[in-house]
Design a protein around this ligand. Structure first.
Ligand code: VGL
Ligand code: ZN
Length: 205
């Protein structure tokens, strides 16, 4: 059984340059992640996967601007440009990302009324995606994470994994951030407070 797994977060066209919610330099993570994959017997992909009427889209709230905030029953929520719509090209993995060797793809954000940044729990921090149970059943105790975006889906995935008791390491140069309103700084503090380690890929490859 694999004791370590590589979790590859949301390396999708919409988070890369030219995409609907482009992360600066987002596609730069692809070659780094492809190199990293060779070190891991167990690889998991996550895929942001929203219905067109998803409640996290500004377009579905009359008069709301993208990147503004709203209050949802489960707490504050950023209203995003429409992105990663199920089946669209924007929701597809970056064409150069190696995906064939991954054991599973965890899709998230497919319930209309709730967003899911984390690969483990939806944004109510209660509804599980099933990934935690899957990894436990595989005998995995240690996770290495990479992908997009550092300050949203990578952050919440890493912190939830640490809270679940996994040993978590984030690969800095295999991640890129959205960085809105101090979100990257908040993320770095949250990662540190939760014992998430950070390394450069050169130390792993
Ligand atoms: C993400 C915002 C909205 C991410 C997903 O993958 O970090 N960010 N949906
Ligand atoms: Zn999303």
């Amino acid at each position: 059984m694999a004791e370590q797994a590589l979790i590859i977060i949301d390396v999708q066209n919409d988070f890369c340059p030219g995409g609907a919610l482009a992360v600066a330099d987002g596609d730069a993570v692809v070659p780094v992640i492809n190199r990293l994959q060779q070190q891991f017997a167990l690889r998991v992909l996550t895929q942001d996967w929203h219905p067109a009427d998803h409640s996290s889209f500004a377009a579905n709230h009359s008069g709301a601007e993208p990147f503004s905030m709203t209050e949802m029953p489960y707490g504050p929520q950023v209203l995003w440009p429409s992105h990663c719509i199920q089946g669209s090209d924007g929701a597809a993995f970056h064409a150069d990302l190696e995906t064939d060797g991954a054991a599973v793809t965890i899709r998230k954000g497919f319930h209309r009324d709730i967003d899911s940044y984390s690969a483990f729990f939806e944004n109510d921090h209660k509804t599980p995606t099933g990934l935690g149970g899957y990894l436990r059943e595989q005998g995995v105790s240690s996770l290495v994470m990479a992908g997009l975006a550092t300050d949203f889906c990578v952050r919440f995935s890493a912190v939830d994994a640490a809270k679940l008791g996994f040993d978590v390491t984030l690969v800095d140069d295999a991640c890129r951030a959205i960085d809105m309103d101090g979100s990257l700084e908040d993320a770095m503090r949250d990662l540190e407070e939760n014992g998430v380690k950070r390394v450069n890929s050169a130390t792993l490859v």
